[in-house]
Design a binder for this molecule. Structure first.
Ligand code: SAM
Length: 336
């Protein structure tokens, strides 16, 4: 048996900066393109994913390939890159050629939101949920609007053990606007505590790893960037269906500074609203004058359970959505 390659030394390649110049790739504002040119930073992002050697990695939004190079150096068995903008195909093909004697690299010019990750990771070993995470990793420096939207979709897939999570507790290293990263990890009573905090913490161990200053990107965005690692919990905090949890949180956090009874009432049709909201909070043992950001994860778990019980006992309640709530549904990003 041949010894595994410790790391891949890529043949001399033009720098990312030179490639961007060579192919005259101008960052597109509509795709929120900001590129990382500093290898120390791209190496640090990849290091955050842990040991990816011989693993299966999907990089989301590789652009000109800075993070891609750092991934290749770590010698995964298979790398799939999913990039929406086909102008990057030549630079990605250059990397593909450079590494193809050591590993498999597939390029998909596609929108990550419609890309089938389960198929993409075909061949990776499937681990039982309670085993150590499988060697399956998602890494991406994406536009903020996409990454916030994507994390909600991925949390749903984690809750259903589908997509990349049909392989087990696959890890994610993704970038977010700094404030969004802070919200994801915000504990109870933190000023950034919101529904995204509770959603992430219900299903994942969430770790805010480090901040990349905006000036590290070309062109420079107006904000700093958070690198966040998420690993699904062995035991999710709640087994109530994802959509139900999302709906409860959206309503309760809709009035963040008001007593939680206000948002809770919005979960129910007007004629039963007052009675059912009190019943819910009473059975969850949560004081009606608690404000949403003061509710602990454990209390939320009891709230979700109590809501599900009320839905099971009262036909039609689960389908009820107040008009304002429907409006919020339209734009998932704005209120996260
Ligand atoms: N990873 C590169 C880096 O760090 O320098 C590029 C980062 S840039 C912020 C985001 C990249 O994601 C761009 O290349 C953009 O074209 C790509 N992208 C944007 N939306 C996407 C989507 N829905 N699916 C796949 N790629 C997308």
């Amino acid at each position: 048996m041949t010894a595994p390659t410790p790391h891949i030394r890529l043949p001399p390649l033009p720098t990312i900066r030179d490639l961007v110049k060579l192919y005259q790739i101008r960052a597109l504002r509509q795709l929120s393109q900001n590129f990382l040119m500093d290898e120390r930073i791209t190496d640090k992002i990849v290091k955050t994913a842990g040991n990816i050697r011989n693993g299966y990695v999907c990089e989301i939004g590789p652009g000109p390939g800075g993070i891609t190079r750092s991934i290749i150096k770590k010698c995964p068995q298979k790398l799939i890159v999913v990039e929406k903008d086909n102008r990057f195909l030549p630079t990605l093909e250059l990397l593909q050629e450079a590494c193809n004697s050591h590993m498999e690299m597939n390029i998909a010019i596609d929108d990550i939101r419609s890309f089938n990750l389960e198929t993409g990771f075909a061949g990776a070993p499937k681990h039982n949920w309670l085993e150590a995470p499988p060697p399956v990793h998602l890494i991406g420096n994406l536009p903020f609007s996409v990454s916030t939207n994507l994390i909600i979709r991925y949390l749903q897939s984690v809750s259903e053990k589908s997509s990349a999570w049909s392989y087990g507790r696959s890890s994610m290293v993704l970038t977010f606007q700094k404030e969004v990263g802070e919200r994801m990890v915000a504990p109870v009573r933190h000023k950034q505590r919101c529904r995204l905090s509770v959603m992430c913490q219900m299903w994942c161990d969430v770790d805010y790893r480090f901040t990349i200053p905006g000036r590290a990107f070309v062109p420079k965005p107006d904000v700093d960037v958070a690198v966040v690692r998420l690993v699904p919990l062995e035991y999710p905090m709640s087994d109530v269906p994802f959509k139900m949890i999302e709906k409860v949180l959206r309503n309760i956090f809709n009035m963040r500074q008001k007593y939680c009874i206000r948002g809770t009432e919005r979960l129910f049709p007007e004629d039963t609203r007052e009675y059912l909201a009190k019943k819910l909070l009473n059975s969850a043992e949560v004081d009606i004058t608690t404000r949403p950001f003061e509710i602990t994860n454990e209390e939320f778990v009891r709230i979700f359970h109590a809501y599900k019980e009320i839905c099971d006992e009262n036909p039609g309640v689960a389908e009820y959505d107040s008009r304002a709530c429907k409006k919020l549904n339209v734009d998932i990003d704005n209120d996260l």
